[in-house]
Design a protein around this ligand. Structure first.
Ligand code: G6P
Length: 734
């Protein structure tokens, strides 16, 4: 039996059962009501006839009795009257009545009831002055007729219900269940056949959750297929590009199945409370963009500072939560620090001290003893969390990230000499003189040298580090193998340029106009900037270059728009707060200069300050005609690489500061000195007016670089060196 038939039959049976039960009660009530009515009427008649009829019994006067009956015969349903001796024998009666009627039951003045057979009803009343009694007979057939009527109506009601239920069920099944299933099945068939790439799934209706699961499945399928195609393509072309799958296998082999532990201050997913609901936020951070694909590919644990205001509500008893929320692949373990510690360690020492110290961006580093104390204490806190995490694991692998944890490598190594520890420094490393102004430079360098592998983005930063150590510490530097030996331990110093993963086929292009309208931007040519609002990013310099470009090329007024997606960052630090104001004022000043009546609604700079989800930023990358990265100093800058990795239809153009690590690899970008406003303005013109062929050539070359030197290669090289570390020291550099 088909499901629909089964469904209908079950619903009909249930309805019939309920209806029959209900009708049965109604019929029973009706029968009782009609009988009560008969009893009442019969008793009244018997009562009123008794006196007049009593003398007729003795005389057996049938005629007189018939007259009385006639007189009352006008009453509906009276069938006759009979008079009886005390033993029940009939003395006299009207026609058609039985010869015998049982005397009234003792104690009953008037005894009423149906006569067996059900067609007649009798009420018997004893005479008052003589023996014997009178019986009044009424027609009782209408009681059954009334009950039958109740059943008949019940049946028709049931019939109507069945028809209606069947029609509604068929309708719902057809249009709300079968149709979405058929549409989803067709959509899945197309996905399976690889024909419907990027097509949105049909609306799910009642089956919404099923559809979103199917969508997830299709996405995984698509990813797996893309990975397989990529693998096949690479195998075919003899290239050895790193992919997530390849890294996964490689890490398994190199780390011999040990779980990977990553330590980074910034957590990849923050839980925050907005409008009373818990939401997940992906922070704007190059480090997160770079490191997460590795953990997604290899699994493991990310230990980070739980900074979201709903973070505590979302972890288990071990402060862990599985992420990414939509498709968990690894664990995030949160470490809690106090507000005071955060002030000293994060805002103070890390971001007011080390950050400006390592970036040559003309902000004076602030070093406070109190901040140093907190920095030390929080490094210790994280060390305890890591040690708890790696307890019982033989030769565990710990990959520490960034300037927040300079002391952590040494702390870990002291407790667990068998651990393989790497520290990757995501920001630049300055020259020895610049670094020398840090009052705790020796402690910091010593802490860092606890690591087995110490990574920077580019060789120049490695060289600066080696020289700094040479100036500040007692140690042996092996310039040939680029390693440092301090005491019994060696540290390999090496460059690992971080990168991104190429964006997979992301479906149809977003509508550029719509996207621009969403931030109030107008213009045929769209230039894009994406940054944390940080003074190292050269945002004001970029705006000045836009102003200069329009001054020099007025034909672009009204046609060119620069959209800056700026995420507020570290706003507890005055320098960062001031920067937000400075950037806003500068954009306002430049906009006011170019606004005219003819260009109503157009402004050269649209500043969208706020948190921008990665998916949103990805849409902008796909449609922007050019992207400008003008950092005054930057370890790598992943915005440049993300733009190049975007799934676009047309080649884009990249303006890139020569003070970023990325400029060492993306040689086909328009490389600029961001302090040279004139040159950046010219680069904007160059990007806008570049011959299509030249544009394509540069674009393809940059894409090739990012494809080949991708994030999986970064992870693989680090894991490789970490796996090769010699834990038993034999006096040779690792
Ligand atoms: C840079 C640092 C990262 C940091 C990111 C965002 O990329 O190298 O360590 O996570 O900026 O900054 P935030 O202070 O918000 O973590």
């Amino acid at each position: 039996m088909r499901v629909t038939t089964r469904l209908i039959v079950s619903i009909v049976l249930a309805a019939a059962l309920v209806s029959a039960g209900w009708t049965w009660f109604q019929a029973r009530g009706e029968r009782a009501r009609l009988l009560e009515e008969l009893n009442h009427r019969g008793a009244l008649l018997a009562e009123s006839l008794r006196e007049a009829a009593e003398p007729l019994a003795k005389r057996a006067d049938a005629k007189a009795l018939a007259r009385i009956a006639d007189k009352f015969g006008g009453r509906r349903r009276l069938r006759g009257i009979s008079l009886h001796a005390p033993d029940g024998k009939t003395s006299v009666s009207t026609a058609g009545l039985p010869d015998f009627s049982p005397p009234p039951r003792p104690g009953e003045a008037i005894d009423c009831g149906l006569i067996p057979g059900g067609a007649l009803h009798r009420c018997a009343a004893a005479f008052e002055n003589s023996p014997g009694f009178l019986a009044v007979f009424q027609d009782a057939t209408y009681v059954d007729a009334g009950v039958r009527e109740v059943w008949r109506r019940g049946f028709f009601r049931l019939l109507t219900q069945v028809l209606l239920i069947t029609a509604i069920t068929l309708w719902i099944v057809r249009f709300d269940i079968l149709a979405p299933i058929e549409r989803t099945a067709e959509w899945m068939r197309l996905q399976r056949a690889g024909e419907g790439r990027g097509a949105a799934p049909p609306p799910g209706g009642l089956l919404g959750s099923l559809t979103s699961e199917a969508q997830g499945l299709a996405k995984s399928l698509e990813t797996a297929r893309a990975a397989a195609e990529e693998e096949a393509r690479l195998r075919h072309s003899g290239q050895s590009v790193w992919t997530a799958e390849r890294l996964k296998e490689h890490a398994k082999e190199r780390l011999r199945g040990r779980p990977m532990v990553v330590v980074a201050n910034r957590e990849p997913y923050m839980h925050v409370r907005r409008d009373g609901k818990i939401q997940v936020v992906r922070p704007a951070s190059g480090l997160v963009s770079g490191v997460e694909p590795i953990l997604k590919a290899c699994g493991g644990t990310w230990i980070g500072h739980g900074a979201g205001d709903a973070d505590r509500e979302t972890v288990d008893a071990f402060d862990r939560v599985r992420v990414p929320p939509e498709e968990p692949r690894y664990s995030l373990r949160r470490v809690w620090i106090t507000k005071e510690q955060e002030e000293g360690y994060y805002y103070g020492f890390a971001n007011e001290g080390l950050w400006p110290l390592c970036h040559i961006a003309h902000a004076r580093p602030q070093f406070r003893a109190e901040d140093w104390k907190h920095y030390h204490a929080v490094n210790r806190l994280f060390a305890d969390a890591v040690l708890a995490e790696i307890e019982g694991v033989d030769e565990p692998c710990v990959m520490i990230q960034d300037y927040h944890f300079a002391l952590l490598p040494r702390m870990l190594k002291e407790a667990r000499p068998d651990a393989r520890v790497s520290l990757f420094w995501h920001i630049p490393w300055p020259n020895p003189e610049a670094f020398g102004i840090c009052p705790w430079q020796r402690e910091i360098l010593d802490g860092m040298l606890g690591a087995d592998v110490l990574g920077f983005h580019i060789q120049a930063h490695c060289n600066n580090f080696l020289e700094t150590v040479d100036h500040a510490l007692e140690c042996r530097i092996d310039w040939e193998h680029l390693s440092i030996r301090r005491g019994e331990h060696s540290t390999l110093i090496k460059s690992y340029p971080i990168s991104v993963a190429m964006e997979e086929a992301a479906g149809p292009l977003p509508a550029k106009d719509e996207l621009m309208r969403s931030v109030g931007a107008k213009g045929a040519i769209l230039a894009l900037g994406v940054d944390r609002l940080d003074y190292t990013k050269g945002i004001v310099e970029r705006f000045l270059a836009v102003e200069r470009f329009l001054d020099k090329n007025p034909s672009y007024i009204g046609r060119f728009v620069f959209v800056e997606l700026g995420a507020p960052s570290r706003t507890s630090i005055p320098r960062y707060r001031d920067l937000v104001e400075e950037v806003k004022n500068e954009a306002g000043r430049i906009n006011a200069r170019f606004e005219t009546k003819e260009n109503k609604g157009w402004k050269p700079i649209v500043l969208a300050v706020g948190h921008h989800e990665r998916t949103e930023v990805a849409r902008w990358y796909r449609v922007a005609d050019l992207c400008a990265v003008t950092s005054l100093h930057d370890g790598m800058n992943l915005v440049a690489k993300e733009y190049v990795a975007a799934d676009r239809e047309e080649p884009g153009a990249l303006i890139l500061s020569r003070f970023t690590g990325a400029s060492r690899e993306l040689r086909d970008a328009l490389i600029v000195n961001p302090y040279d406003i004139e040159r950046v303005a010219d680069a904007i013109r160059e990007a806008v007016e570049m011959e299509p062929e030249e544009r394509r050539r540069r674009w393809e070359s940059m894409r090739e670089t990012v494809r080949e030197r991708n994030i999986y290669r970064w992870g693989a090289r680090l894991v490789d060196d970490l796996g090769r570390v010699r834990l038993v020291d034999d006096d040779k550099p690792a």
